[in-house]
Structure formats: structure tokens, C-alpha cells
Design a protein around this ligand. Sequence first.
Ligand code: KIV
Length: 274
Amino acid sequence: MMTISDIKSLKGTRKITMLTAYDYPTAVLVDKAGIDIVLVGDSLANVVLGLDSTTKVGMPEMLHHAKAVTRAVTRALVVGDMPYEAYQAYPNDALKNAERFIKEAGCSAVKLEWFDTCPEVTERIIQAGIPVMGHIGLTPQTADKLGGFKVQGKDAEAAKRLIEEAVLLEKLGCFSIVLECVPDKIAKIITEKLTIPTIGCGAGKYCDGQVLVIHDILGLFDRYTPKFVKKYIDLSPVILKALEEYKNEVISGSFPGPEHSFSIKEEELKKLIS
Ligand code: KIV
């Protein structure tokens, strides 16, 4: 089982791999593939629940899915993504909700996106003994305040702010930080400045690791695809073909065949009929 110190010690040794998962069968595959960190992301809202904003999922949904993932994972570190309502809407509930990810869902850490009172909330959770992964740059829960889903840190002043946030999160005790939609050279500066690993999501090759949403890399979400996503396979047409074949075989009567059916002995059938 990957531990927090295993993840930290990978910095400078080899790149860290991280993917999202939201259900049992997918988490089994991600874990089998040897991915280091499984994030039960609040991107659940978009790619699984069909909602238009990550702020629309709450603790019940996140815990429900996190439990399915921890049932499946035997090796990777599982991180629960704190939904908006769990800490930004009600900062006083943040610690209680972080504890629920650990105690009820079996996660090993939580992830928080940067917001106004992020340092205070992060510190409270870490001091209670819960490992925290930070998340700066494009923070989807507060994308409206950032002017939409745009690259962050593009001018010197904004980049300086990102560097300061990263340094502060490390100082507060975060074990790693996601950098989302940040210019690669800014991600490089942050990565070199910190002793904890940076995990890039649209932040270029210099980060200590990479994270993507699993539905994006498998071609299972077509509402929009960010520039930084690489689609490793396009599963949607493969699945669609199988579903159409099933439909056609049921309609034509070629499924189920004898190999998918159960039989009863002739004599038993005769007894019944007579
Ligand atoms: O919710 C999520 O999937 C995330 C990753 C993209 C970092 O926060």
C-alpha cells in the first residue's frame, strides 16, 4: 500500500502517476495498472453524474463513491476530493468532513482547492492528523472568480501569487500540490522551489507527477475535452458497437443461445407437463 511518505520520497526519483476513479470496477483497473494515487475527484459531478459544475456534488455523493473506490484499491494511495459544500461553503465543517473521508470512506488523504481561507482550513485539518493535498491554479470550484476555465499565472503578478500559495501550502504541511492549468515554466519554478511533489494537470512536463480524469483519457466523456488531455483510447464507439450488437441479437432472437441458458432434465419436464 502506498503511503504518504512513499509519495513524498518519489520526488526526484521518478514521476508520480495519478488518475481519478469513482467506482469499483474502474478503481480495480487503475490499481492493477500500478497508478500511485487514485483521486476520487469532485469531477464526479461532470463525468459521472452529468452535472454542469463540480459545486453541485456534496458529501453524500462523494462518500458513496469514495467507499466504492477504497473497496477496490489494494496498492494505491486513495485521496478524497473535498466538495465545495464540505469546506468552502461551511469552513467550520471542514475538519468534520475531512474526517468522514478517512473514517467512513477509508481514504488516506483529502484534497482541497485554494480559496480565500484555504490556509486556515488546511492547517486545521493537517493539525488533526489528516494528510492534505493542495490544489492551486485553475480551481474549478471557484472558476467564476478566476474569470472562467482559463490558464492561471500567465502574468508575473499572478504567477508570483501562485508561487506564494504553493510555498505557504508546503509550510502548512501539505504532502503534495496539484497545479492545474498553469504555464509549464511557472510549474517548473514551483516544482524546483518545493520539497513536496507537484502533480500537474495541464501544467506541463516539469511537475513531479501527472493527474488526469479517467473518463477523458478513455474517451468516455465528450461534452468537452481540455487541451491538456490526451485520449489514450476512444472507448465510446467500442461500447456503442457492443450495445447495438446486443440490441440486435435480442430482437433477432440469436441471444440468448443454448450456451447462455439453463436446462431441466426431460423426465422432470414430462412429469410437470403430465
Ligand atoms: O476533481 C478532479 O478530478 C480533480 C483533478 C482534475 C485534479 O480535481
